[in-house]
Design a protein around this ligand. Sequence first.
Ligand SMILES: Cc1cc2nc3c(=O)[nH]c(=O)nc-3n(C[C@H](O)[C@H](O)[C@H](O)COP(=O)(O)OP(=O)(O)OC[C@H]3O[C@@H](n4cnc5c(N)ncnc54)[C@H](O)[C@@H]3O)c2cc1C
Length: 466
Amino acid sequence: MNSPAFEQLRAALQGELITPQDPEYDVRRKVFNAMIDRRPAAIARCRGTADVVAALAFAREQGLAVGVRGGGHSIAGHGTCDGGLLIDMSLMRGVRVDPVRGTVRVEAGATLGDVDRETQLHGLAVPSGQVSETGIAGLTLSGGMGMLQRKYGLTCDNLLSVDMVTVSGELVVADAGNNPELFWALRGGGGNFGVVTSFEFQAHPVGPMMLAGIVAYPVEEAPAVLEFLHEQIADTPDELSTDVVFLRVPSLEFFPAEHAGRPVVAFFLRYAGAVDDGWAAVERFRTFGDPLVDMIAPMPLVDVQSMLDPANPRDHQQYWTSEFLPEFGRAERATVARIGADLPSAETVMQVIPFDAAPTRVAADATAFAHREESWLIHIVGQWADPADNERCRSWVRQAGADLRAFGTGAAYLNLVSEDDADMRVNAFWNDARLRRLARVKAQYDPDNLLRFNHNIPPARAGEDR
Ligand SMILES: Cc1cc2nc3c(=O)[nH]c(=O)nc-3n(C[C@H](O)[C@H](O)[C@H](O)COP(=O)(O)OP(=O)(O)OC[C@H]3O[C@@H](n4cnc5c(N)ncnc54)[C@H](O)[C@@H]3O)c2cc1C
């Protein structure tokens, strides 16, 4: 790439342009998953919409594909690219709450923690994910599951409006009244359609204090714990999110030291309502069996939303898989319990997430997010520090994924899969008709597939079912 062209782009940006010659290049090209090692031709760190427009114009002129980074947390490494222009939104993190309307406008480089911090000043929250450093952009565009989802749905279900720059440099608004087909696609179709500069969300009155925490048992109790959750979930109020987590104790600092290193299975409970009502809702989970620890307590929502941060360290090797299981009968539970008792590293975690309540009450074709059936999402967070363990741990996660897939359809939550798992998963997640509809939107907004470092939807070709 010729450097005068880069100098022109550098001069046109209010933000920064980082090229391979810059000392910062190696730091700036890094993403959360240390297994990803990619080298963009340049990184445009944008400070506003005009910077995004300038970067896209440069990419078009130079024939460069475009990568987009929000929080850089894509496990598949979609927050960076080899050879393309990486548009890095992480300098654009503004959050503005409208307490009268109960809405919040969020710039696309914000993290979940940025959003919680500002909304909580008004006793409001947007349902989002479970780790505060995750980017709101990648999370929302592919769905967004987390702490408040049983009551308030997915993050994309709370999206009211999007500001986006198309690859041809046009500024568009997508909401229920403007560009509704694009708005449909942006709620689950990922980063395929343009560069989003900001989102507007509906927020809800939750917090500042919430009842939450973990009730943990020796991992040998997993079959009984899973059976209990399976029995109880239909009767559990929407306010109570109830996952089961398998982990080894050192990965969460707040466990008592005497249990260090011990594999455990735990209810991970969060009540999105008044603390006093929460005690009644969590009671049966606290009195089930003989827990090793019961750490349920009122705590600030921002602490709940960042409780798992220490269990997801930066600079670790990450290899993830997930699977929606339509049923959670005896055979499924036995397989999950077996996998959870044998995690391959101290940092690896497995989560069992009932996918029910609010997200399943949204009509199947209302958004591009393709999975609305009641089911059980099993998420294996394979992580370890030493690259020498890559082969062993990755094989373990792959085998566990294959064992789970025997009970599923291949449909996974795309935000939770590693790259080599992704191609087959794109087709399995978006069924044929939905994929064709997404391909038509893609053809309208990005006909040359400039934005292809993502769970890619190839644009429909002229004459092809358009
Ligand atoms: C530790 C950890 C915890 C997680 N927990 C959860 C969870 O609880 N719930 C959940 O749902 N997911 C969770 N995830 C998955 C997460 O939602 C995805 O990794 C998501 O991609 C992260 O968004 P990001 O902006 O950080 O990603 P990035 O890596 O920055 O971007 C990923 C992709 O998003 C798209 N994108 C990003 N910004 C833009 C933009 N401005 N315009 C257009 N496209 C854009 C692009 O296609 C990009 O390639 C977690 C991930 C990690 C690593």
